[in-house]
Ligand binder design. Sequence first.
Ligand code: AMP
Ligand code: GLY
Length: 434
Amino acid sequence: MKLLVIGSGGREHALVWKLAQSAHVTQMWCAPGNAGIAEEQLQVDQSLVECVRISAEDLPNLLAFARETKPDLTVVGPDNPLAMGVVDLFQRDGLRIWGPNQKAARFESSKAFSQEFMARHAIPSARSGMFAEPKAAKDFAASLDGRCAVKADGLALGKGVLICSGMAEADDAIDQMLVKGTFGAAGSRIVIQEFLEGTEISLHALCDGRTAKLFPTAQDHKRALDGDHGLNTGGMGCYSPAPFLTDEALDDVDTCILKPWIQGCAAEGIDFRGILYPGLMLTPEGPKVLEFNARFGDPETQVYLTRLENDLFELLDASVAGTLDRVNLTWSSMASVCVVMASGGYPGSYEKGKPIRGLEEAGRLEGVKVFHAGTTRSGNAVQTAGGRVLGVTALGSDLVSACDAAYKCVEEIRFDRACYRRDIAAKALQWREQ
Ligand code: AMP
Ligand code: GLY
């Protein structure tokens, strides 16, 4: 099988790494990929994955490349090409592609659509309202005493959510989106949710339009600094499993969230084939959905795929074919921890082009995989090329040993102004001690 993977981050490196282990895969391209992806070899014949210089959002050139090379399956990593309709475009050309079509991708590309869908199908979420007029939005925020999350309806590079603790902040957030247009068209309609207290976790479910198979739990660390301080980022680290949900509670999530979601999709003619990734808040009244994403999380993918025992190609193939009911997902009982190493200044402005040292030594450590995110090769050297640079991911018999292995590896790697959180998985370890 010949595969094309679209994207260039740590998530896509993990997807490529896992797909390269499949006995079915004989050739793989990644558009545009990164320095780490270009070093991955296929298990069948040790041939290298080939990175092609086409951006993940350049749909015409992706289609032209696929028409020429005829991959048996294209795998889409990021949200933007999904929202732009890459799946529909490829399918119209008879090309097989994995990911939700444009209509199904609305679960991520429109928060208003998701919120209304949850209301229609009684899926537990935060109390919320949808607004295009500032006055009505402010009245609703006032009914919550200003303790709310103000969210741009559309995709805003993960920055379109403003958390407010009082009316002054809520008024300002509403004005920013609806009056000043800080988030452009994405913010011309907003969702306001009541602020939910609790522990936040990530869930993923692989779907084929009829069946959804739930992954184990994971927890992302969205804030830039230790102790959940600083700005929201794409994710500074992750671990799996997260101990806060028992197996019974996970069954409840299946019953109260996934089942009504699948039934709702069927009733509304939404054919979702891909990953549904709900962000959940575990509240005293039970789990509530904060948002839906329609793709693999980053860095959730890095911890999930290091624990996954199935052949990933077979899973994605079944998701496209609608045969997931015949597949059992199996997971290693080991814990996985991913520590993201980022460029100084991220998620604000940062410099690129810093040489990265110690990758070879790090690569020799047992039980650790260094996934590249924002990296590029310049001659013999690998350099930084993005905000999130590497996702150092380790497996261990428990979270403590996985953490130790990941941080030991992080210490081997150096680049100018590298920063990372030192408390990945700390919440889980403290929770266990209670
Ligand atoms: P979202 O992109 O909608 O997941 O929001 C980004 C982050 O904002 C989430 O990961 C939460 O940490 C926080 N957040 C979003 N909605 C709420 C809410 N209703 N209550 C509390 N925190 C929230
Ligand atoms: N880990 C957060 C995200 O992928 O959106």
